[in-house]
Design a protein around this ligand. Sequence first.
Ligand SMILES: [Zn+2]
Length: 499
Amino acid sequence: MKKEVKRFRELIKEKKLIDSSLGILQWDLETTTPRKGKELLSEMVGYLSMKSYDIVTSEEFLNLVKFLKANEKELDDIQRKEIDDMAEEIEKISKIPPHEYQEYSELTAKTQGVWEEAKAKNDFSMFKENLKKIFEFNIKFAEYQGKKDKKIYDIILDEYEKGMDTEKLDEFFSALRGEIVPLLKKIMEKNKNSKISCINRTVNIDEQKKFNRFLSEYLGFDFNRGVTAESEHPFTLNLDKNDVRLTTKYIENIPFSSIFSTIHETGHGIYEQQVGDDLQGTTLATGGSMGLHESQSRFYENMIGRSMSFWKGIYDKNIDVFPVLKEINIDKLYREINRVEPSFIRTEADELTYSLHIMIRYEIEKGIINGEIEIDDLPEVWNKKMEEYLGVVPETDRDGVLQDVHWACGLIGYFPSYALGNVYAAQLYNTMKKDMDVNSHLENGKLDRIKGWLRDRIHIYGKLRETAELIQEITGEELEPKYYIEYLKEKYSKIYDLD
Ligand SMILES: [Zn+2]
């Protein structure tokens, strides 16, 4: 038994080294690789993905996992969870023919460059053939699972959030739509006479960078174990808890875009930096489900970053560092960063309309997978849904169907994680407020209290515990959308003085 555990560890170590190298390549592709160099790096990604695939599908590894699974009782909790997860992953991955796996890895690596160019040129037709292939692969891979009683989209959704399916999401989105759309109408009515946002003005990128670095550090991101860079689409990469990387996109005349995206990625980064030491070197040394991960970033971005108390804690001290603050006052800032205004871009959407953006993507993914929507028609379908839910139609595909990188990366089924993240975040926030005076900590700069609360209850467990189990344990309830809806209603009724 000891011998088998030792060999399992060796192979996992090898796999982790390859996966980390893949992470570095991914980082490079999105931050510094020249356009013409992307072809080579994409090939490197394809090659290394195969090496990683070969390890987990080798006969030796399969036999090891089988043996250890059969002798599970002799393993400790961490090993047992690793073996369970591995057995599940092997079950899925070994059903995919190797050449298809490699083809798909190269396709998604390449498509990111294609998407970037299509977006820059505002030309959906450049992107659509690759997108068709990506959806086809995802559908095919899901079919290989052989779960005949399950819908294809349900199999895909389950990859990102265990137990999540279209039935639950349909119910959730319809509850959300029922509450948010009328609230949005009331606010728009009130908004009629208000002027255009006054906080976005030109701030040079160096000044933005300085302030963003301050924000990350202030929230608790450890720069001895992390770095930041720029990319077209902000993301977080973790190699292990000692190397966590965040990216931001800077837009000179919209400084608050980089601010909120930095706070968001910092939330992801803090999660990764606080994973327990006992999990290092194991496959569990990273955040839990995607929904839970997004709950941490959305919590920092919205519950913290868009709160009055947070800004009270930093406003005066940063007036000279970040000139926008000098030109307006805190009440105006608070109102502006919470201004509700239907807009085209998801990542810049206000908290209230954000979930409607997600709903559009969810309905489109579901439609494509069910064969009800053709990829060729996407620009049109997109705009129709924007009109229906948000009342605005983008003038270009760049501001419409081409805005997100996710589908180009093969992340089909990921978007609902953001909406679930909002729901988890509000539910956790509700419990956190019972445990401590969150606003007072924010006003007094005691961000470590908040970070510590999240560490002890969530971050420290990495992937060891299932999300549903954690949420139940921390909040005493299952996933419960009512806290999110209440949170939005309360916040916006106050800001917009609604009855
Ligand atoms: Zn995120």
